[in-house]
Design a protein around this ligand. Structure first.
Ligand SMILES: Nc1ncnc2c1ncn2[C@@H]1O[C@H](COP(=O)(O)OP(=O)(O)OP(=O)(O)O)[C@@H](O)[C@H]1O
Ligand SMILES: [Mg+2]
Length: 449
């Protein structure tokens, strides 16, 4: 460097001295000065270049520039620009990392189960919902490779949708029924990702569990079938008897009286059924909003039992009352009267003819067993009781243990369904205890004092 910078002037001076144009002494002095200046200049440049190199390396590695001897002004400008560039690159990198973390967090938090698949259909990622859906360890956020995930991806409809999504590059959907570990109805969307995710994710598989919705649809269909069946039976009998009255029994006053009584009874049965169904749908409609009033349960119980006198007498049932002051709050008195009526009617109708029914009402000042403070209604009979396997299903609409016997007793199987809806509307609990041959005890706990 020094040689290059100093060579030309030095050679010129040497030529001048050699040709005698310059005086030897002055020429030698000039030569010395030139060489010295060249050396100094070269040193300054080498230092600057080394400094610049160090500064650029530091910038590239994202470190602050090391303190150094001051650089030449041109070079220090370059070093500063490089540092600025490095800083903005680092900021952008941090931003990208933050965005990627936000994406991952959004996917992780989505309520629907979601899988990310690689080009070779291998699961790369599964969000929390998918991990709990497929029963993978919830703490892991890596690939979901349980047997259930594999079985799901092997399902012909799902595999077909994945193939189509990859081949056509457009979202595909598939409905599939997974039999294990519990039967589930899944609606699946397979969305191709173009460009792929940074981890190589090529497909997004979004699952929606339709099991409950399908069950609700089935229940609604069953309900309509049951309701129309229940209405069709009395209606068929009414039509049959009307035809008999117009035909063979026309002009037979004795038969007319008998048939008209049956017709009236069947019509009344239809009326009750329709009233119950309407009541049930009314309660269901308001089930999500809590009641606003309050109800003196002991007073309600007294009124309802007074109204039951005829049916108590017809079944020769003795009623024991044990009523202490108890107020259900928040409560709908009309609905709670219906609960009392339905439970009392069941105890009398499904209990023992000539038996005893006990109705007690009291408030619970403190927690009692599993029941928090509130009010408690208890109706016990000494009838035939209910076999264990029927108890969980008693509150289903139209469910009757012995449908023949219940129907002949005028039952439609809606009473306990109505009770259950009213109790849950009141945020209460219905507890059914029964032992065949030992009688049945129904308890209703409600919030109150
Ligand atoms: N105290 C009881 N003892 C024995 N069986 C009962 C008792 N209460 C209810 N059951 C059984 O539970 C079934 C369902 O009762 P639920 O009140 O829902 O219907 P139902 O009494 O038959 O008809 P509805 O009340 O609609 O007129 C009854 O058919 C009966 O078999
Ligand atoms: Mg009933």
């Amino acid at each position: 460097m020094a040689g290059l910078v100093g060579a030309v002037p030095s050679l010129a001076l040497l030529l001048l001295i050699a040709t005698g144009t310059a005086a030897p002494a002055a020429g030698a002095l000039a030569l010395l000065a030139t060489i010295l200046a060249a050396l100094l200049l070269a040193r300054a440049w080498v230092g600057t270049l080394l400094g610049l190199e160090a500064a650029l390396r530091a910038a590239a590695e994202g470190r602050p520039a090391p303190p150094r001897a001051p650089l030449l002004p041109v070079a220090s400008g370059v070093a500063e620009s490089a540092a600025r560039l490095a800083r903005s690159l680092a900021e952008r990198e941090a931003l990208v990392a933050r965005l990627r973390r936000a994406d991952a967090a959004i996917i992780e938090a989505l309520p629907d189960p979601l899988l990310v698949l690689a080009e070779d259909r291998r699961p790369l990622r599964a969000n929390a919902a998918a991990r709990s859906f497929f029963g993978t360890d919830a703490g892991r956020d890596g690939a979901d490779d349980t047997a259930d995930t594999a079985a799901f991806l092997r399902h012909p409809r799902i595999a077909g949708a994945v193939d189509r999504a990859l081949a056509e590059g457009t979202p595909q959907s598939a409905e599939a029924m997974l039999p294990v570990p519990v039967a589930r109805d899944l609606s699946t969307q397979v969305i191709p990702l173009n460009p792929p995710l940074s981890d190589g994710g090529r497909l997004l598989v979004v699952l929606a569990d339709r099991t409950q919705a399908r069950a609700a649809e089935r229940m609604r269909a069953d309900f309509v079938a049951n309701a129309s069946h229940e209405l069709r039976t009395p209606l068929a009998s009414i039509i049959g008897f009307v035809e008999t009255l117009r035909g063979p029994a026309a002009g037979d006053p004795e038969a007319s009286t008998r048939f008209l009584a049956i017709i009236a009874e069947q019509a009344d049965r239809m009326r009750r059924l329709i009233e119950d169904l309407l009541g049930l749908s009314r309660i269901e409609m308001t089930e999500h909003q809590a009641p606003t009033g309050e109800a003196r349960l002991d007073a309600l119980a007294r009124d309802e039992t007074a109204a039951m006198a005829p049916i108590l007498a017809s079944r020769n049932v003795t009623l024991n009352l044990d009523l202490a002051p108890a107020t259900a709050v928040p409560a709908d008195p009309g609905q709670l009267a219906q609960v009392l009526r339905n439970l009392l009617e069941n105890a009398v109708r499904h209990g023992r003819e000539g038996g005893t029914v006990t109705l007690s009402v009291r408030s619970l000042a403190a927690r009692e067993g599993s029941l928090p403070p509130g009010v408690l209604l208890r109706i016990a009979d000494d009838g035939p009781g209910i076999a264990r396997e029927h108890i969980p299903r008693l509150t289903e609409r139209f469910y009757r243990v012995d449908s023949g016997r219940s129907r002949s007793a005028g039952g439609t199987g809606l009473g306990l369904a109505i009770v259950k809806h009213i109790v849950s509307h009141h945020r209460g609990q219905l507890l059914i205890e029964s032992e065949p041959g030992q009688g049945t005890t129904m308890r209703v706990w409600l919030p109150g004092r």
